[in-house]
Design a protein around this ligand. Sequence first.
Ligand code: C2E
Ligand code: MG
Ligand code: MG
Ligand code: MG
Length: 280
Amino acid sequence: HAKADGRGTFRFFEPDMDEQLQARRALEVDLRKAMTNGEFELYYQPQINIQRSEIGGFEALLRWHHPERGLVPPAEFIPVIEDTGLISPLGDWIIEQACREASTWPGEMRVAVNLSPIQFRNRGLVQSVSNALASSGLPPHRLELEITETVLLQDNEMTVSTLHQLRRLGVRIAMDDFGTGYSSLSYLRSFPFDKIKIDQSFVREMSQRADCLAIVQSVANLGASLGMPTVAEGIETEDQLRQVQAAGCTDAQGYYFGRPKPARELVHTLDALKNKVRVA
Ligand code: C2E
Ligand code: MG
Ligand code: MG
Ligand code: MG
């Protein structure tokens, strides 16, 4: 079928849409197989307390080892997982795996796990978290759950009530990608978060744009007055680190300290990381 676009020419829509639909179906089939074949893995990226110069913990980031395509970035497949109902079993696996791996880490190091808005529509979320803590033996205060502002966009009352139930388990709740939502400040009013993570887009442009630097400074001040630690995301250079330190951010995360790595590689990088953190 062809459709006139109003200027006397014709454009063909369907082949394109067909291709998209087919690619999407293939991705869905691959994702279902990925679950049963164990193709998912959690990578971990350090989060540094830059006031005390110590490793606060690691954020778990999902990776998919596709048998043909290799490593697929989460932005490409998480939206599909959210649409297909796969997020429920996979989300539970992520929480369990992160707790299990973190329970072997030394000291008080925390693990941060990202939660999708869809997981909040599932009534089993609190139970899943509680089960993961029980079976791994990880003390609840060493688990931090990261949610984005979009979680609070939908069904605010139920979401906030779920957040309170999670908090009662003893876990910490962090606001991720802060500043990118429609009404960032009002989200801070809906729930007393334990931590604010300043979106990396502000950090990235901070050195060229005075407004971005001003936003980072303001959020750091806001966090200080609300008694919430503030994490600067996406720190890639020493200059950026100095700037967010001066701005008053309490924590930092980014390639400067380390890229996300598989759990088994963490122990080999811990000494190098500690040295980097010491001089930070
Ligand atoms: P996020 O939670 O904001 O995670 C931070 C992202 O920034 C990660 O991308 C990380 O690799 C990347 N990053 C860290 N430091 C730097 C840096 O210095 N420079 C740059 N350019 N990037 C940096 P990743 O792993 O591709 O994840 C992207 C997003 O996918 C995450 O954003 C999160 O929203 C989502 N995601 C990842 N893992 C999970 C998961 O297990 N569950 C859910 N629901 N979402 C996840
Ligand atoms: Mg995150
Ligand atoms: Mg983030
Ligand atoms: Mg993000």
